[in-house]
Design a protein around this ligand. Structure first.
Ligand SMILES: Cc1cc2nc3c(=O)[nH]c(=O)nc-3n(C[C@H](O)[C@H](O)[C@H](O)COP(=O)(O)O)c2cc1C
Length: 185
């Protein structure tokens, strides 16, 4: 039986989670997927729609995309529903549909819960040669920090730094993503 763990190299891999509520209303948001020993987990912060949906359905689709704009829009935008098609991310390179089970967190904190992800079904649309873009990485960094600015305003300097790197090293899509962060934050 295939397991999502085969696809993960790092301890934390950034993905976009698609979920839905009990009435089938879809949602999308970036989510780090953790590989720990032989298990795959998500750690979800209280207050997100993703957590609310996972709590009520025990399901999540883990989507893989190289599009920086999708990360920014699904993290910070108001119209992220349009990125979801048939329960998964439109134009993703691949996605894995998972059952999600709540498990205790070693670093137990009121505001975070840990979920074990078990693969049910996978689709791989695109296989590409690995390349590394500091521009892409910096959009992701800027976006993560941007989602936390509300609680940690001092992160603004880091957001600015990563946007500078993304402008310098990124391609067209990264520059569009930079403009979006500036507009949405
Ligand atoms: C790259 C990236 C990774 C993220 N990883 C997580 C995560 O693992 N857990 C989490 O709760 N929030 C994570 N976030 C923050 C959420 O995506 C963000 O709070 C989002 O607005 C939640 O949207 P929602 O309320 O529609 O679920 C991440 C953000 C980014 C940009």
């Amino acid at each position: 039986m295939a397991s999502l763990i085969d696809l993960l190299g790092a301890r934390i891999t950034e993905t976009v989670a698609t979920t839905h509520d009990e009435d089938g209303v879809p949602n999308a948001a970036p989510m780090g997927v953790l590989k720990i020993d032989d298990g795959v987990y998500a750690r979800l912060w209280e207050g997100s729609t993703t957590l609310e949906n996972v709590r009520s359905t025990n399901e999540v689709v883990v989507n893989f995309t190289r599009d920086p704009v999708v990360y920014v829009e699904t993290a910070l935008g108001e119209t992220k529903r349009r990125f979801v098609k048939d329960g998964r991310l439109r134009d993703a390179d691949g996605w894995v549909r998972c059952d999600a089970e709540r498990v205790p967190d070693e670093e137990e904190r009121d505001e975070v819960t840990r979920w074990r992800l078990a693969e049910r079904e996978r689709h791989v649309e695109e296989r590409v040669l690995p390349t590394h873009s500091r521009g892409f990485a910096s959009v992701i960094e800027a976006t993560v920090h941007a989602t936390r600015l509300e609680f940690k305003p001092e992160l603004r300097e880091l957001v600015e730094h990563h946007l500078d790197v993304a402008r310098k090293c990124g391609g067209k899509r990264e520059r569009e993503a930079v403009e979006l962060v500036e507009e949405l934050v």
